[in-house]
Design a protein around this ligand. Structure first.
Ligand SMILES: *Cc1c(COP(=O)(O)O)cnc(C)c1O
Length: 461
């Protein structure tokens, strides 16, 4: 496979942009080699500027759950563009997208639209602090919430450590109020609240983590978070920028609602069966199991255009300007093109309920990858929730950042390039989830499994 045009384009890009990219993961730092430049996409496929075709497994890192260029989305955006790209004044489309979100997500009565997931989490944190009058934030090692200063702290230590910034330019001050705990560790949550309870404004968590690879939050862990935050007057924030409308129409919280009605198991296996029976999408009404106070969204709700959102009970959201005093604004927030793409995407998801077939396809991929790895004699652990999946190159289960960071990333890199050579485009890092879309067919999934089988056999030796 020839990548000559990509090679030339990257050489030029490096003179124009830091590292040649506008977002660092795209530079292939996790797998080595040089990034591939894309020309266009269609359904489940990406086409690079050298004319190579790939089965797309990253879906723009999550948004493209309907695949690329879904006709309903293309038509909606074209129609919106002809009516004006941006007004800086209210539109009916904003009502419509807000209504779809409020109806779908159990914790949201009112929502504010922003332009990215990062903006959503930054705003949610500010609101939590403004609402509670407290400063401390709890986050979990290996969870990513965008490049918000106070959340760019991962520490990765199993003990509760007060935050040390991950990036130059993030001051000690902005990270000092962030407490980093181990993911899936209910005891760490209880200890932190015992010690710092009255100072904690909020705990923010990915209920299904996608940014250390796909790691499912256990019901026990999420229940502890719900209980401790409630007991100490802190807010629980679910960052569902990735999991929202991905693992179920109403996000992970709609699945947790079902679970809480009687099941005690973790999200993973029981959720799969709920999705398979097609009940997950209707879970929101009446089931308020592990419901967060605040929820952040992004990715899918923009259908591939830049969008984010944060929402909560009306009583909390009414603290945001202009009703309340917590400042948050945006020139392009609620943008007509982005809302059009989001509305079109959510309506297809709501009306077609593609979650049961997505579950079947993703389970097929999991089984195929597990069998291929076994055949090749390579230790791989699959983390999966619905159509989010990560093959961890590890011989022990991955449940938190400690176990995730023990993966054989060099082996993952060789697997990655083995797939690229065979026309499959997986995430360019061990620590990013892959996504199955409604545009993938069984034949596409079987082609991925076949390519993975060959790539795994290559790296076994
Ligand atoms: C992608 C992501 C973000 C950041 O969203 P951007 O649109 O990239 O700013 C925040 N939280 C989670 C869980 C994400 O997956």
């Amino acid at each position: 496979m020839i990548h000559e045009n990509s090679r030339l384009a990257f050489a030029r890009a490096k003179q124009l942009m830091p590292g040649g990219v506008n977002s660092p993961a795209r530079a292939f730092g996790g797998v080595g080699g040089e990034p591939i430049f894309f020309d266009r996409a269609e359904g489940a496929y990406l086409f690079d500027i050298d004319g190579n075709r790939y089965i797309d497994l990253i879906g723009s890192w999550g948004p493209m759950i309907l695949g690329h260029c879904h006709p309903a989305v293309v038509e909606a955006v074209e129609r919106a563009l002809r009516r004006g790209a941006s007004f800086g004044a209210p539109t009916l489309a904003e009502n419509e997208l807000a209504e779809l979100i409020v109806e779908a997500v159990p914790s949201i009565e009112k929502v504010r639209l922003v332009n990215s997931g990062t903006e959503a989490t930054a705003s949610a944190i500010r609101l939590a602090r403004g609402y509670t009058g407290r400063s401390m934030i709890i986050k979990f090692a290996g969870n990513y919430h965008g490049h918000v200063d106070s959340l760019l702290v991962a520490a990765g230590s199993s003990a509760a450590t007060l935050g040390v910034p991950d990036s130059p330019g993030v001051t000690q001050g902005s990270a000092a109020d962030t407490l980093v705990l181990r993911y899936n560790d209910p005891c760490a949550v209880a200890e932190a609240f015992d010690k710092h309870g009255p100072r904690i404004a909020a705990a923010i968590v990915e209920p299904v983590a996608g940014n250390m690879g796909c790691v499912v939050g256990s019901a026990e862990f999420l229940t502890a978070l719900r209980d401790e935050t409630s007991r100490h007057g802190a807010l629980l924030i679910f960052d569902e920028v990735m999991s929202g409308f991905r693992v179920a129409y109403g996000g992970a919280q709609s699945l947790l609602g079902i679970l809480n009605k009687g099941a005690t198991a973790g999200l993973s296996s029981s959720v799969s069966s709920e999705i398979t029976t097609g009940t997950a999408g209707q879970a929101s009404s009446g089931t308020r199991g592990i419901t967060p106070d605040l929820t952040t969204l992004g990715k899918i709700i923009g259908g591939g255009l830049p969008v984010g959102a944060y929402g909560s009970r009306a009583e909390i959201m009414d603290h945001v300007l202009p009703l309340g005093k917590v400042f948050q604004a945006g020139t392009l927030s609620g943008n007509p093109l982005a809302t059009a793409a989001g509305i079109a995407t959510l309506k297809v998801l709501r009306d077609d309920d593609p979650y049961p077939p997505l579950e079947l396809l993703s389970a097929r991929l999991q089984r195929g990858l597990e069998a291929a790895a076994k055949q090749a004699g390579v230790s791989v652990q699959i983390g999966r929730c619905g159509s989010m999946l990560t093959p961890f190159f590890s011989d022990r289960p991955v449940t938190d950042w400690d176990t995730a960071s023990g993966c054989d990333t060099r082996r993952y890199a060789r697997y990655f390039w083995g797939l690229i050579r065979r026309g499959v485009y997986p995430p360019c890092s061990q620590y990013e989830a892959l996504f199955v879309s409604t545009a993938h067919t069984e034949a596409d999934i079987d082609a991925v499994i076949a390519a993975a089988g060959e790539a795994l056999a290559e790296i076994a030796v």
